[in-house]
Design a protein around this ligand. Structure first.
Ligand SMILES: Nc1nc2c(ncn2[C@@H]2O[C@H](COP(=O)(O)OP(=O)(O)OP(=O)(O)O)[C@@H](O)[C@H]2O)c(=O)[nH]1
Length: 852
């Protein structure tokens, strides 16, 4: 068993020869990774291997090189020398196949060399199972497939031949190369414009030096050209030359066994060329004979050889290529690259979307509440740029067309989600702006309208609304601008801003309307309060009628118009500060005047309510009847013309009833209400008919009520008259003095008997003392009332008894008297002449008096 370069594994004991590795331990891949085993199975561990080798993130900064040649010709030995790999090398004693399938290993860093590009060891080296081995015998299937695989994935294909094989057909693998050239033509059939090339790097082993390298390379080139011309080329490529697809290089190495030092020396030179990449100034064009013009110097890997597969996509690409090859399908590399791009772009997009989700999902959850999402703008910007940036960085290395398509898909998908959030956020911001605006303006209005603040409170509604509106709009604009995504029209908030401004204006108009209504209501109340006293006063002196001041209604109208005029003036001043339109001001003023008329009507109705007006009429009557012209109360004497005074006073008072029954100025005309109110505004929101002037607008008391009022008043006046008359009668019915003399003369004996009898005298004294006590305690009133009540009770019982007796005897009362007949005289004055002579009349009059 031999170990090449002191560290290589022997064929039986090498780690990984059975294809099993620990994925995350790079040391376990010391012999590399068997990417395709002898059963043509592609490993699933390639991504793990590249990750362990820290190549997965290399992007395009890596190279792939494969070796190709007959079995046991020192391929693995060469690779190990060139790249520091530890591919297994055959035991010299056994001489049998060591490399089965295809192995891959990353070049080991050469610490002795400086590597300006930092990618000297970013080389994936593929050790391919040797061709022409006795183990596979006639079965050339695997060697064809592996050669094709190596060609499709590698930039440089090292063709390893011994010097003595040059000129041979099978020994120099010319048969296999023919197959390779053939399939290579097919690889890019679909994309003939491709500039893709490969380098066939011939390493001639055991070069003794007898035949110069130039001669050997000429021989090989002649053979290659001959093979090329004998190929059956697909349509369109009939005239193509081998140099259209391949570059060639020829290098000779000394005999490893016979000239070990020189062998090492030459391999080190070669190693340098592989490690250093391309030398400056060297272009990718090949010479006319297809041999690279780099000659023996310069780097090996030209950009044109690169398959443009990013390192992270390499495992998938290689696996896809192999699957195509194994299943004998046409291997179409461009479409393979597209497929890879699709696969990888999807994978990258999924990773980027996951990162995006991590940031945005919490916002999407919160958005369901419909509230404003704090920090949404910055989160959105960050999440989108991070996702798109990540995608562009990783996906941008893949097939351009696919990448761009996938990038648009990803952007569309992510922006679609953001769009939902942005629309929701716009709506939430707008809602909040409306709410805050309404609340703020309402609270300012509430403070301004607080009790105790006058209607001319020192605030300007228009200014308040303007400032609050600007504040709401500014906040909306600031926060909505944060949601702007460059290039996304839908994230523009202009439309939402316009809608918000319209909504705020509508709210301002509504609040102003409400404020105007409140103002009208406040002024209406103020007018009601202001009108109350003057109107009451005018009704107290309703009989006053002078030229200067006019009648009751002249004065009431004047008071009303003045008060309303002041109110309307106040309204117009306040409406100006509310920024109300002229129309709104007209409507408000008209409404205020109309409502003030209602206030006056209500006040008048209150004044003419039955009890009130009767009282006022009585007062007016009594003023005339009970007081003389100087205002001194009258004490009636029998000689006084009571009836005449009564008639005059009554008639004068009765005249007031028609006056107060209808609002009419002293001129006889109705007040100019219509002119005062003005024409109702044209498009008034309330029913103008309801608020318009009715036909009977000036009627205060209806006819039926007037009659009723007259009757009631007359009865009341009668009572006053009867009372006045009675006071005269009682003064007439005084006891004459002679009666007292007669009483003393006739009762002298009885008086003397009482004075002389101690019993009577003491009884008299007791009675006197009792009377004195009653007098001092002021108990006469209660005693008299009790006595009266008892007497009345006795009379009622007596009457009841009498009725029962009469009813029992079924006797009709023959002298039923019409209660009213004969009670009033022709002039309507109640008859009192039989008051003290005729018992029946007295009863009748008494009855009337009692009724009153
Ligand atoms: N004469 C000669 N022998 C060599 C040279 N290089 C390697 N060998 C020997 O050739 C034998 C085969 O070497 P490997 O490197 O295993 O050959 P291989 O082509 O990788 O073999 P397989 O992987 O089985 O196809 C070993 O015994 C090496 O020592 C060389 O340049 N000249």
């Amino acid at each position: 068993m031999s170990v090449d370069r002191g560290g290589g594994h022997n064929r039986s004991g090498s780690i990984g020869r059975n294809g099993t590795h620990t994925k995350d331990d790079s040391s376990s891949y010391s012999s590399g990774l068997q990417v395709i085993d002898e059963n043509k199975e592609f490993t699933a561990e390639l991504p793990a291997y590249l990750t362990a080798q820290k190549l997965i993130t290399a992007g395009f900064s890596y190279h792939v090189v494969a070796v190709f040649g007959s079995q046991s010709t020192g391929k693995s030995t060469l690779l190990n020398h060139l790249f520091g790999t530890q591919f297994s090398v055959m035991d010299e004693q056994a001489r049998r196949q060591t490399t089965k399938g295809i192995w891959m290993s990353r070049a080991v860093e050469d610490t002795k060399r400086s590597d300006p590009r930092g990618m000297g060891n970013n080389i994936l080296v593929m050790d391919v199972e040797g061709t022409d081995g006795r183990e596979r015998g006639e079965d050339q299937d695997f060697e064809r497939k592996s050669a094709l695989f190596a060609l499709a994935t590698s930039e440089v294909l090292i063709v390893n031949i011994w010097e003595h094989q040059v000129g041979l057909y099978q020994g120099a693998n010319m048969g296999l190369l023919k197959t390779v050239f053939e399939v290579n033509l097919g690889l890019f059939l679909k994309d003939k414009s491709t500039t893709h090339r490969s380098l066939l790097f011939f390493v001639i082993r055991d070069h003794i030096g007898h035949t110069p390298l130039q001669n050997l390379s000429n021989t090989l080139m002649q053979d290659l050209n001959r093979i090329w011309s004998s190929l059956s080329k697909p349509p369109g490529l009939e005239d193509s030359r081998i140099s259209d697809f391949f570059d060639f290089e020829f290098v000779a190495l000394p005999h490893k066994i016979l000239q070990p030092e020189r062998f090492v020396e030459e391999t080190q030179k070669l190693q340098k060329r592989f490690r250093e990449g391309i030398s400056p100034g060297v272009d990718a064009t090949s010479g006319s004979n297809g041999v690279s013009q780099r000659g023996g110097g310069g780097g090996v890997f030209l950009p044109v050889y690169h398959r443009r597969i990013p390192a992270d996509g390499f495992p998938h690409y290689a696996s896809g290529v192999w699957t195509q090859i194994v299943t004998n399908k046409d291997l179409d590399l461009p479409s393979q690259q597209e497929l890879l791009a699709q696969y990888r772009c999807d994978e990258i997009a999924a990773t980027c979307t996951a990162g995006f989700n991590q940031i945005m999902s919490p916002f999407e959850e919160q958005a369901k509440t419909g509230r404003v999402l704090e920090g949404l703008g910055s989160a959105m910007g960050g999440a989108l740029s991070e996702a798109m940036g990540g995608f562009e960085e990783s996906g941008g290395r893949y097939h351009k067309g696919v990448f761009e398509r996938k990038r648009e898909d990803l952007r569309e998908n992510l922006e679609g989600r953001l769009r939902g959030l942005v629309v929701g956020q716009f709506s939430a911001l707008s809602k909040r702006a409306v709410q805050e605006f309404t609340e703020e303006v309402t609270s300012i209005l509430k403070v301004a309208n607080a009790p105790g603040r006058s209607t001319s409170s020192n605030y300007d509604f228009a200014v308040v609304v303007g400032q609050t509106r600007d504040k709401a709009v500014d906040r909306f604009t600031t926060e909505a601008s944060e949601l702007r995504i460059p290039g996304a029209e839908w994230s523009d908030h202009e439309n939402e801003l316009t809608s918000l401004q319209i909504a705020l204006d509508e709210i301002a108009a509504r609040l102003r309307g409400e404020e105007m209504k409140r103002l009208v209501a406040r002024l209406e109340k103020a007018i009601r309060i202001k009108l109350a006293e003057p109107v009451e006063l005018e009704f107290r002196r309703m009989e006053d009628d002078s030229k200067e001041k006019g009648n009751l209604w002249d004065r009431v109208w004047k008071v009303w118009t003045e008060t309303v005029g002041e109110g309307v003036e106040g309204f117009l001043t306040r409406a100006g500060s509310l920024n109300a339109t002229e129309k709104e001001r007209d409507i408000g003023a008209w409404k205020l005047r109309r409502k003030a008329w209602g206030v006056l009507k209500a006040k008048i109705e209150e004044e003419v309510m039955e009890g009130n007006i009767l009282l006022k009429l009585r007062e007016s009557f009594e003023d005339r009847f009970r007081y003389d012209e100087q205002g001194v109360p009258r004490v009636w004497k029998p000689t006084d013309p009571i009836e005449q005074t009564y008639t005059t006073a009554r008639e004068a008072t009765l005249k007031l009833i028609p006056l107060i029954s209808r609002i009419r100025l002293s001129s006889g005309a109705e007040p100019p209400l219509a002119e005062f109110l003005g024409d109702p505004p044209s498009d008034f929101e309330e029913d103008v008919d309801e608020m318009g002037i009715a036909k009977d607008e000036f009627e205060v008391i209806g006819e039926a009520k007037q009659v009723d009022l007259s009757t009631r008043f007359k009865r009341m006046a009668d009572a006053v008259f009867v009372e006045a008359k009675r006071s005269t009668v009682s003064s007439v019915a005084e006891i004459p003095i002679f009666f007292w003399g007669l009483l003393l003369a006739l009762g002298w004996n009885e008086l003397w008997a009482i004075l002389r009898s101690p019993v009577y005298f003491i009884f008299l004294l007791l009675c006197g003392a009792a009377a004195y006590v009653v007098y001092t305690l002021n108990l006469w009133g209660p005693i008299l009332r009790i006595t009266n009540a008892m007497g009345q009770q006795a009379i009622d019982i007596g009457k009841e008894r009498l009725r029962d007796i009469v009813a029992d005897q079924n006797v009709a009362h023959p002298e039923a008297v019409d209660r009213t007949k004969g009670v009033y005289d022709d002039s309507g004055i109640i008859k009192l002449q039989t008051l003290d002579s005729e018992g029946r009349r007295r009863t009748g009059i008494k009855q009337e008096d009692d009724d009153e």
